[in-house]
Design a protein around this ligand. Structure first.
Ligand code: PGA
Length: 249
């Protein structure tokens, strides 16, 4: 059985003080929940303080991106070891906003994934189609390309440490959630790809999260789907009470 993972992606929100307040408030509400995993991904500037605030909590902390090089002249970038050193254990890779605004490709996603795994970080690899792609029925083709490109060359043992997030771009921040059936269709397709690329036991271990306008009101029906193992949540993770409700779906 896959343990559900509820992950909050705070994106470029919360200055330092707000981050700590949000983490503390959340900890009061769900700090003792053990039957599911809980993760928050604050901006880089707040990871250290949030990890401190959650030191004795079950809530885990992650980054929203990383760079694949270990160190050197890469102005503005953050390495896997830097992330680990401030208390991150997870990292989001290839979020659609990074693909859209920061020229992330399946190739860079793959490099970042390998760097994360080499440093014992748990990567969450995001994939998802744009509205036009769904409308011209190329969703599964797009997902296949992103999964095969992003996970290229991965050994079975490493694959067992990853998480995949399916986030239809048209559902992110729009209030338009995929229907549970639409999401399940893509999740099942991803799981089938994972069987082909690795093996069945590995595909059964890997968690596949849904993301895109997840709220406390729709999480339950999404989680009722066989291949949906959790949520990657943006907007609804920015308020402690709504994220707590969502965690306790
Ligand atoms: P949203 O964002 O929940 O605000 O739609 C989800 C995400 O981008 O991970």
């Amino acid at each position: 059985m896959r343990k559900p993972l509820l992950a909050g992606n705070w994106k470029m929100n919360t200055v330092l003080q707000e981050s700590v307040q949000l983490a503390e408030a959340l900890n009061k509400l769900v700090g003792d929940v053990n039957d599911r995993d809980i993760l928050v991904c604050p901006p880089f500037t707040a990871i250290n303080s949030v990890a401190e605030a959650l030191r004795n909590s079950v809530i885990m902390v992650g980054g929203q991106d990383l760079f694949w090089e270990e160190k050197g002249a890469f102005t503005g970038q953050v390495s896997p070891k830097m992330l680990k050193s401030v208390g991150a254990s997870y990292v989001i890779i290839g979020h659609s906003e990074r693909r859209q605004f920061f020229a992330e490709t399946d190739e860079t996603v793959n490099k970042k994934l390998c760097a994360a795994l080499a440093n014992n970080l748990h990567p969450i690899i995001c994939v998802g189609e744009m509205l036009a792609e769904r409308e011209n029925n190329t969703t599964l083709k797009v997902i296949e390309k992103q999964i095969k490109g992003g996970l290229k060359g991965l050994a079975v043992g490493d694959a067992q440490r990853i998480t995949v997030a399916y986030e239809p771009v048209w559902a992110i921040g729009t209030g338009k959630t995929a229907t549970p059936e639409q999401a399940q269709e893509v999740h099942a397709f991803i799981r089938k790809l994972l069987v082909e690329m690795f093996d069945k036991p590995t595909a059964e271990i890997i968690r596949i999260l849904y993301g895109g306008s997840v709220t406390p009101d729709n999480i339950k029906v999404l989680m009722a789907q066989a291949d949906i193992d959790g949520g990657l949540v943006g907007g609804a993770s920015l308020k402690a009470d709504s994220f707590a409700k969502l965690v306790k779906y």
